[in-house]
Design a protein around this ligand. Structure first.
Ligand code: F0G
Length: 453
């Protein structure tokens, strides 16, 4: 398979512009403390030929080479170079792009699709960043890797550490992550510490720990994570035959993913792989909305941290690390921010499910946000829209079962809104083992489906 030249990547501080040769253990600028990012100086003088890159990447889809089979490493010309012998891959990426016809009809947009990042090896989008960042840990000969997590980063990190013969330390908030995610990090052999705090408290402890112990930080402040996660957008554009959609909509938690997708869009535009920029919009849960408030109340000038609370536990984050990177992506692409309620999230999740696509609650904020953006006129009926679904439905079956049984909003202060979800609930029917009883249930279901047509 033809290879193009190795990419030269350099680090740069997003705050003061310093360009250190290497990053410290906390991946923050030694001068001003802001986040670091990769940039590619060679692109300014000798941009790669866009048509040649597109055909190189497409050809790799028929290759049996392990790196070519990864939907991340396949795009390695746009990533920092890591020698092949250090690469840890589970054949991540290569995720499907689905149409959502039922949701599209209900909302009044003609062209609605979902890129399902939950179809990655550990069932969330984190794998695309983790394959690159875990490989960089192996290249640096680290014995321990670590992260603070709401459950998906930890599941992904534990898997890639195990594949790369490294030990992993997970810090998660006790009682605030789903069992599905916790079970993954246990099975993949991580040292899993449930701390009596929230996600933001776990981050604080980990930041102190990496200064004292030789552990490699794998949260999304690690710029290798962002680089790997860029490939979701590159692969999306390839799937759209390089015809950009009008809107891409992502959930916002710690804001690494929106930063990565935004960075990819800007780089693809700079490299003339795409001719115009899609608008990148970021949606948060109302109870965990520090970025939404930063943009709407303070024009992005500052971010006030908060104590976050939402049933979408993946995005229960009150002090997002990458908010400045995400802000830049939002502004450069002309996107919007929105916040959505718990009922709106649960409703949207069931509506995506009714199109035959399962996702976890945090992913469903995208559809809930789209409805608001459609109502405000920011999204037009003829616009092409892509939702990024970040996690698989089986990550959090508890949420789904409670929703369908009608107990998700027990004790709510707003029972009227919760009641609006009733028509979407499909509670299991418990019957005697009797043919007549099953036929009666079938007939009842048939009559109610006729009524809803
Ligand atoms: N969706 C899911 C399913 C997530 O797990 C996360 C973040 C997000 C959306 C938000 O992405 O943080 O890049 O803005 N989960 C992290 C974790 C924080 O630890 O698993 P983000």
């Amino acid at each position: 398979m033809a290879e193009s030249k190795k990419t030269t990547a350099k680090l740069r501080c997003i705050g003061c512009g310093a360009t250190p040769d290497s990053a410290g253990q906390d991946f923050r600028c030694a001068t001003c403390g802001d986040l670091l990012e990769f940039f590619f100086p060679g692109w300014l003088s000798e941009s790669p030929d866009p048509a040649a890159l597109k055909s190189l990447w497409l050809n790799r889809r028929t290759s049996y080479d392990v790196l070519d089979q990864s939907g991340v490493w396949r795009f390695r010309e746009l990533l920092p170079h890591i020698p092949e012998e250090h690469a840890i891959t589970l054949r991540e990426g290569n995720t499907p792009l689905y149409r959502l016809p039922g949701c599209a009809r209900a909302i009044g947009v003609e062209n609605l699709r979902a890129k399902h990042q939950g179809m990655n090896p550990t069932a969330s989008f984190k794998d695309t960043g983790m394959t690159i960042a875990a490989s960089s840990a192996r290249q640096g000969e680290f014995r321990w890797v670590a992260c603070a997590s709401t459950g998906n980063t930890s599941a992904s990190m534990a898997a890639y550490a195990a594949r790369g013969n490294m030990l992993s330390l997970v810090l998660i908030p006790e009682g605030q992550i789903s069992w599905g995610k916790l079970s993954q990090s246990l099975d993949y052999g991580a040292l899993t510490c449930q701390l009596r705090t929230d996600f933001d408290g776990c981050v604080r402890i980990l930041n102190d720990l990496v200064r004292l112990k030789p552990v490699y930080l794998l949260n999304s402040v690690n710029p290798y994570r962002i680089e790997g996660q860029k490939t979701a957008a590159i692969e999306l554009l390839e799937q759209l035959r390089w015809e950009p959609p009008d809107h891409i909509i992502v959930p916002g938690g710690n804001l690494g993913n929106s930063s990565a997708i935004g960075k990819a869009l800007l780089e693809m535009h700079e490299l003339k792989l795409i001719s115009r920029l899609p608008k990148l919009s970021i949606i948060q849960a109302q109870g965990a909305n520090p970025f939404y408030r930063s943009v709407r109340e303070f024009g992005g000038k500052k971010l006030e941290s908060m104590t976050a609370d939402t049933l979408a536990t993946a995005i229960r984050i009150g002090n997002p690390a990458s908010w400045k990177k995400a802000l830049r992506a939002l502004q450069a692409t002309g996107g919007e921010v929105e916040e959505v309620s718990e009922v709106e999230i649960a409703t949207s999740k069931a509506e995506i499910g009714a199109d035959g696509i399962g996702c976890e609650p945090a992913s469903a904020v995208t559809l809930a946000g789209l409805k608001k953006l459609r109502r405000s006129g920011f999204v037009k009926p003829g616009d092409a829209v892509v939702l990024i679904l970040t996690g698989h439905i089986l990550k959090d079956p508890d949420f789904t079962i409670k929703f369908h049984r009608g107990d998700l909003f027990d004790g709510t202060t707003d029972p009227a809104s919760a009641a609006e979800t009733k028509s979407l609930q499909r509670a299991p029917v418990v019957l005697d083992a009797d043919l007549g009883a099953v036929i009666a249930a079938l007939d009842t279901a048939e009559r109610s489906s006729e009524r809803s047509l």
